[in-house]
Each structure stands twice: as structure tokens, then as C-alpha cells.
Design a protein around this ligand. Structure first.
Ligand code: ZN
Length: 141
């Protein structure tokens, strides 16, 4: 099984994904047989096993499914599982809001940031969501 001399198709889809991210484009594979989108990028559709995949740019809108705070000497950051509007769930982080203020069910939007010279997919909370969380001081009936 000396298959290592050829670059594997799995590496190729990862490479394509990262190249797109470095151009500021968040794209994920979509199956042209069953129409489902999936993430992380795979060579075959995880739903129907078809090889007929194409890259598509999702809306970027999603909802926080779960969230945690990673504590580091140089500052805490958030790690979250986000359910995209189109279905796939992916691990990322929510930025632009204090890590502990990220809550389950919070609407978020994908953004591409650079960290240590590498493109990184993150999520930001739309301003309307932040206002909802912070604005309602004593406003409940
Ligand atoms: Zn499929």
C-alpha cells in the first residue's frame, strides 16, 4: 500500500478549501446528486456517497449550537459549534463579543480573518443580536 507518492484527493479538497479561504471566500462542497451541503470537505457526499460534488458559497448565516471558553495566558477565546443555515455543523469561534457572552441559539455570520498569516474562518454576531442581548435592561413585562 505505497499510495503516498500521489497527493491524496482528501488533501486536494482541503487545499482547495484553504485557497478559497485565503481569497476571503468561505465555500463548502455541495452534492449535485442529492443537493446536500457538507463540512468538513470530503471527496464523496456523506449522505449518498456520490462523487458528484461542486463548491458552493453558503449564506454564511448560522446559529450557535454549543459554546465554550478556552482560557489562555494571552487571552480567552471562544470555541463554538455553529449550525449553518444550509445544514452543516462546524467548529469555529465567535469573535467581536466577549467569549463568555456567546450563547446557544445566537445568530452569527461567517467571516474570514487572518491569524498568524493564515486565513481562519470565524463567526461574528450581527449587531442586532448583540443589541438584543445587551439592551433589554429591566424591559421585561
Ligand atoms: Zn449526495
Amino acid at each position: 500500500m505505497a499510495e503516498r507518492t500521489h497527493s491524496s484527493p482528501v488533501t486536494a479538497v482541503d487545499t482547495y478549501y484553504c485557497e478559497q479561504l485565503s481569497r476571503g471566500i468561505f465555500s463548502i462542497p455541495q452534492c449535485t446528486e442529492c443537493g446536500q451541503l457538507h463540512f468538513y470537505p470530503r471527496v464523496t457526499c456523506p449522505f449518498c456517497h456520490s462523487f458528484a460534488l461542486r463548491w458552493t458559497v453558503p449564506s454564511g448565516r448560522g446559529v450557535v449550537y454549543s459554546t465554550t471558553v478556552v482560557r489562555r495566558k494571552n487571552g480567552d477565546h471562544n470555541v463554538a459549534l455553529v449550525d449553518l443555515e444550509e445544514g452543516p455543523r462546524l467548529m469555529s469561534r465567535v469573535v467581536g463579543v466577549e467569549p463568555h457572552k456567546v450563547v446557544i441559539g445566537m445568530p452569527v455570520e461567517a467571516a474570514v480573518q487572518e491569524e498568524d498569516g493564515e486565513p481562519l474562518l470565524v463567526f461574528v454576531a450581527p449587531r442586532s443580536a448583540l443589541n438584543e442581548k445587551n439592551g433589554g435592561k429591566g424591559g421585561r413585562a
